[in-house]
Design a protein. Structure first.
Length: 237
């Protein structure tokens, strides 16, 4: 092969190799942002909800405010039957004498809130935070409080009949004279709580923590105790 032929061959090889190189370079650059998209999607999923401030008038009209910032709000005496406040922050809220029957309150923060004499029958408080809340005189018939935190709460003469408190924390709560007839307290933490003169007839306390609980004058007739036994009659403490 003469020199002219060699030069032509080299030129052809060079010309054909440039588009291939450019194609690979383009693919490499375009694949990089594609690789980031899944990570961006994950970040979006875990991005916290933006706190919302809603007027009392709008809440009373819609009875719905999911994921809202409602700290220290005054809804005392209002009829909020069936309201939806899931995952909202009602820390320090005044709900005294209000009606929240069948309300959706799962994941709600009600720390130090006033719920005294409130109708909470059939409401859903699953995994809600009620630390230090005042539930004195409130009614919680058939209310779900599964894994809710009621530690240090005050619930004097409160109606918990047939309520589901499985796995709930009532540590150091004042439950004097309250009614837990038929309530489910399986695996509940009652350590250090005050159950003086409380009615626990037919209550299920299986595997509950009753360390240092004050059962003075409590009625435990037909209740299932933490060890699974069910005494006939009233157990004296």
């Amino acid at each position: 092969m003469n020199i002219k032929g060699v030069l032509i061959f080299v030129m052809l090889l060079t010309v054909t190799s440039i588009p291939i190189a450019l194609r690979f370079s383009s693919n490499a650059n375009s694949s990089y942002p594609l690789a980031l998209k899944p990570l961006e999607q994950v970040k979006n999923v875990f991005r916290p909800l933006k706190a919302k401030n809603v007027s009392v008038e709008k809440i009373l009209k819609t009875k719905r405010c999911v994921g809202c910032d409602l700290q220290d709000i005054d809804l005392s005496g209002e009829d909020l039957t069936g309201a939806d406040f899931r995952n909202s922050d009602l820390t320090g809220a005044n709900l005294k004498n209000s009606k929240l029957k069948d309300a959706k309150m799962a994941g709600v923060r009600l720390k130090d809130a006033d719920l005294s004499n409130t109708d909470l029958d059939g409401a859903d408080f699953i995994k809600s935070d009620l630390q230090g809340a005042d539930l004195s005189g409130a009614t919680l018939l058939n209310t779900s409080l599964v894994e809710a935190d009621l530690s240090t709460a005050t619930a004097k003469r409160t109606e918990f009949r047939d309520a589901d408190l499985k796995g709930a924390s009532l540590e150091k709560a004042n439950l004097t004279g309250s009614f837990f007839t038929g309530a489910h307290l399986l695996e509940a933490n009652l350590a250090g709580s005050n159950l003086t003169n409380a009615n626990l007839r037919y209550a299920n306390l299986r595997d509950a923590d009753v360390t240092d609980v004050n059962f003075n004058g409590a009625d435990l007739a037909f209740a299932i105790l933490p060890d699974g036994t069910s005494p006939y009659g009233t157990t004296k403490y």
